[in-house]
Write a new protein. Structure first.
Length: 113
């Protein structure tokens, strides 16, 4: 028995300091579908049908942990494509392999240095 009577699928969300920069990064750099909802916030549509809310947060400080993971079929190809688009990665030294342990750095997301 569920205590909550959900009106739609649960969703996650995170804040950014610049919605337009976020839209550009997720839509143009990563090629994901991004829409604006009735409240002016962004909705990131993932391939699974899940939606992630992106909301404005003035003076936002980026998370120091992973908030989204993007499983891909060919990691080397995905990394090469993103590097070609100017995405900068950080590699964790304790995880071996060129593509193992990679994460976007703050500079991968313009305006978040």
């Amino acid at each position: 028995m569920t205590i909550l009577e959900l009106t739609r699928q649960p969703f996650s969300g995170f804040g950014v300091d610049d919605l337009q920069t976020a839209r550009t990064f997720y839509a143009e750099t990563l090629g994901l579908t991004v829409t604006e909802n009735e409240m002016g916030m962004l909705e990131l549509h993932l391939g699974t049908g899940a939606i992630v809310l992106i909301y404005p947060r003035p003076e936002h400080v980026p998370a120091q942990y992973t908030i989204l993971n993007f499983p891909v079929a060919e990691i080397e190809s995905a990394v090469d494509s993103l590097i070609a688009k100017g995405v900068v990665f950080e590699q964790y030294p304790d995880i071996q392999g060129r593509s193992a342990g990679l994460t976007f750095t703050q500079s991968a997301f313009p305006g978040r240095e």
